[in-house]
Design a protein around this ligand. Structure first.
Ligand code: OOG
Ligand code: NI
Length: 467
């Protein structure tokens, strides 16, 4: 076997590019959104030379057009555990557990994503993957139909399965790496031929629109890809002007001087033609709305304390001006959210001192002016400029936002039923592995960056900071 030069990062980059090409060809509305985002990103860079310099420093300019994530939904434990093995080949590990039952959605999810700054820089593509929870479907008949239909399909090509086995035994050569990308991409293509009759589809749809989307097709079609918008508010407004049918709101925190967490919005899925297969094999034409396009803009990763504050503020705004399912009162909701957000500090210094966000430290030996104190504190070092602190970017997702994205694309106008029924243990059993704790990753990155910085400055520890 020829040794492969294709690293996990390189395979992920090839896969992200193949998925993007496929989705642009399948979904012209997505291609149009991609062009619009590229336009507005260019404009934002033109308007702000400093922004361009910052992105250049972070290697961000070259990958600006690379999709940040995509999303899929699967029906069974076997499908999910096979996905874990497939994405492992691309250096993507399951990070985080998202309970969407809180929003009345019968799924729970994780994000397959690269871990570590270098891998993120090489290719930031992630997959938000949701698993159907039949235990949350009340109707026994719908449950039984769904289980039966799902048991009959194999979402992976035989060659894809074989290549996964091969990789686990001995890795890939270059040809196998390329072939794997093609086979893996097949898993997520759109197939307009439903595997069920229109009656079965209607029955499952009436039970829950998500159930119909997950069960009635050959595989877990990519339901959206997400681009990085440098100015998400500008793209959101431009989508409305161009009649692209955007969601009413941008999910997540309001526009903030020090951006935190994740802001995201999408254009809405519209019905597409599909064929149902009736008893006796006759095909009848129907429609199914599944696929959309999304944009995102990321800010600082919050600590558990910062996240609790964010969650509280969001819940308060939601209680004050409950967002209608059709988003009709978006203006009032946004006003309530922005007002409540006054309680969230909006400068890096306070976020760091109050331990609301995670920071990456770096040394600046050139700034080592004056006589250093013999036992400097962290604050001393930051004040004198020998140590710098920069917020660590949030690379994960938000369950409330995710639920908002799901719902605006399901054509689901029913009131949300809040039944909190997290079952992380069942999810991990289905996955065949524990999910990685995202907070631990940020904490580790912060601790490591500080240790490396202190070593570079010739210090073995810092004195406890005086408040
Ligand atoms: C996933 C929705 C969640 C996000 O960006 O929060 C998501 C889905 O609709 O399957 O992608
Ligand atoms: Ni998304």
């Amino acid at each position: 076997m020829n040794e492969s030069s294709a690293s996990a990062d390189a395979i992920r980059a090839m896969f992200a590019s193949a998925i993007s090409d496929m989705y642009q060809a399948e979904a012209p509305q997505y291609r149009a959104m991609k062009a619009l985002v590229a336009d507005i990103n260019r404009q934002a860079l033109g308007d702000d030379p400093q922004l361009e310099r910052r992105l250049l420093e972070r290697d961000e300019l070259g990958r600006l057009d690379v999709e940040r994530h995509g999303a899929i939904r699967v029906g069974t434990a076997e499908e999910l555990s096979m996905l874990r093995r497939l994405f492992a080949i691309m250096g993507m590990a399951p990070v985080g557990y998202y309970d969407l039952s809180v929003a009345g959605l019968p799924v729970h999810s994780t994000a397959f994503r690269p871990i570590g700054e270098a891998a993120m820089r090489a290719c930031p593509f992630r997959i938000f993957a949701s698993l159907l929870r039949l235990d949350l479907i009340a109707d026994p008949q719908a449950r039984e139909i769904a289980a039966r239909v799902l048991a009959q399909r194999d979402i992976f090509t035989p060659r894809c399965r074989m290549l996964i086995d091969i990789h686990e035994m001995r890795g890939f050569d270059d040809d196998e790496a390329r072939e794997f990308v093609i086979e893996a991409t097949q898993t997520f293509r759109w197939n307009g031929q439903a595997t069920v009759s229109s009656d079965v589809y209607q029955k499952l749809y009436a039970t829950h629109p998500l159930l119909a989307d997950i069960v009635c097709f050959k595989g877990p079609h990519i339901n959206h890809l997400t681009l990085h918008a440098l100015d998400i508010d500008a793209v959101h407004a431009a989508m409305a002007v161009r009649g692209m049918n955007p969601k009413a709101i941008i999910e997540g925190p309001p526009r903030w001087r020090c951006p935190i967490l994740l802001r995201q919005t999408s254009f809405r899925a519209s019905p597409e033609p599909v064929d149902f297969i009736e008893e006796g094999g006759r095909r009848v034409a129907g429609a199914h709305a599944a696929r959309f396009g999304e944009i995102e803009q990321r800010g600082a990763a919050l600590t558990a304390k910062g996240r609790a504050l964010y969650d509280r503020i969001l819940a308060e705004a939601q209680a004050e001006a409950p967002l209608a399912t059709d988003g009709a009162n978006a203006v009032a909701f946004n006003a309530a959210l922005t007002r409540r957000f006054a309680a969230f500090p909006d400068d890096d210094e306070t976020l760091r001192r109050e331990k609301l966000a995670f920071f990456r430290y770096s040394p600046d030996a050139s700034a080592r002016a004056g006589e250093p104190a013999s036992h400097p504190s962290l604050e001393d070092l930051l004040r004198s400029g020998v140590l710098r602190a920069e917020p660590i970017l949030y690379e994960d997702f938000l369950p409330v936002s995710a639920a908002g994205i799901f719902r605006s694309n399901l054509g689901d106008q029913r009131a949300e039923e809040f039944i909190e029924r997290a079952d992380r243990c069942a999810f991990e059993t289905a996955l065949g592995a524990p999910v990685v704790d995202e907070l631990a990753l940020y904490e580790e990155a912060e601790t490591r960056s500080l240790a490396i910085s202190l070593e570079a400055l010739g210090l073995d520890c810092v004195a406890a900071s005086q408040p």
